[in-house]
Design a binder for this molecule. Sequence first.
Ligand code: GLY
Length: 574
Amino acid sequence: MPTNNPLFSMLMTAMLFGATAVLADVTPTQRPGQAAISSAHELATEAGFEILQAGGNAFDAAVAVSAALAVVEPESSGIGGGGFWLMHRAEDGFSTMVDGRETAPAAATGDMYLDENGEFVRERSINGPLAAGIPGAPAAWVHITEHYGRLRLEQNLAPAIRLATDGFGVDEKYVMLMGWRGEVMLQWPETAAIFLPNGQDLNVGDRIVQPDLAATLERLAEHGFDGFYRGTTAERLVEGANAEGGIWRLDDLADYQVIEREPITIQYDEYRLLTAAPPSSGGIAIAQILNLIEPYDWPALSRTDQVHLLAESMRRAYRDRSLYLGDPDFSDIPVQRLISPDYADGLRSTMRLDRALPSSFLAADPDLIEESNNTTHFSLIDADGNIVSATLTVNLPFGAAFAPPGTGVLLNNEMDDFAAAPGEPNAYGLIGFAANAIEPGKRMLSSMSPTIVLGPERVAVLGTPGGSRIITMVVLGILDFFDGHGPHSWVSKPRFHHQYLPDEILLENDALTDQQIEDLESRGHEVTLRERPWGNMHGVMWNRANGTLEAAHDPRWTSGGADVRTIDASHTVD
Ligand code: GLY
């Protein structure tokens, strides 16, 4: 078992449950009394606390943080993107995943990114409006506010509207990622005028003011769903997208629907993990990896053995991801089979402690392109013990790098998360087949893995951006939590990753010693050191035994905001 407690044994079952019924037995019995928020930007964290102080609950605050991130971290998520909001309600133990994933437009076709010779043309699936799915984020904000919040939408969106109107100074991450995507954005002068106000001469601290986005947010605040998906905003989005090669129709927007999904629930001894359901691959892959390592006497293993076994488990989970996973509303995903311990037993019979199994025994060998720190995650607990773990994205940094004129809505390029051609790797080197083929109205497969771990004493809330590496980062964070550590440790732990193809273990610089790397190589692993670290994990922990909250942001980036505060109990909801 991956824990230092030798009694921490067996009982590794992974099942899908009816959310309400199952979670009643782990409902927190006491309130934290304080609130904790960790997000990728201190202004977004402030927006969340502002809403809590105004009488909002965690779900209101989650809307405020999401909308603020859309303004101040446009490289990672936005009103033109989507995400998954995993939520746990304290009063009755109810948990749900709000799926605001983008959908393929009705005019999308399986060959839309292929040229006349049937060759995949990557630029089409990542740059400009043809790359964009129909946004889900604004519908999710409306849905969460209406069904779970205590405040009005206009209150929850007020901090974001203020930030868009007043502007914010760009940080190091924004500048670095614009260095990659700026060339593409400069093709569209109206978009570049917003996000690159001085052309390519962009420096930390330069101010980005977004009046069009403020007006779009105001229409959403005033009219709810219709304020974005119908009327002025919808018309401008469709007209602007299609003028530059998009295929959107007004009905694509009007027909968009948020879906609530039962989280993948994994019972791990005394811990209950709630994590992302399809169309995310995250929860299933996390369950598979934990199932695969479960029988090993973890404390007795060397560090090299642990990394080897985790890499072998990751390899198999990512193989299954590519073969089986996609939008559950379009194909039958064998969820129960994939997350069952019996299935893991079978897979484990192909694992050896002394040798790596080459992925080439199983499929072709695509290349992985440079990873980026797009996508964003925040973790949040309010004073009553309501919890939100949310991972949001526009896919690559600054999404499609295009905003339809007069909207300020930077479109996502989430269509690249579909398998554009069977076995063709996406921007993260991930391959896929029929279950994730492009179809009108379908949600593209994701790796986003917002996670909540409910224990009798400690509760962990965590997640991270990082494309294909999200899942393995979350697994490493969960294992660290099982080992008794808090969020400062989860977010800073050195990372390693295997994703089946390409067949290599990726390492952050300080993850292993030279000797450990040599040992892994002698077992047949290719080990690749990445100079740049990856991920941007944000975690909070509630220790119910001693009544404390902790919040931590990833030290790899400077702009994160993590704090624990007492919320003034005298606040009122107007
Ligand atoms: N676009 C990244 C993901 O959804 O996994």
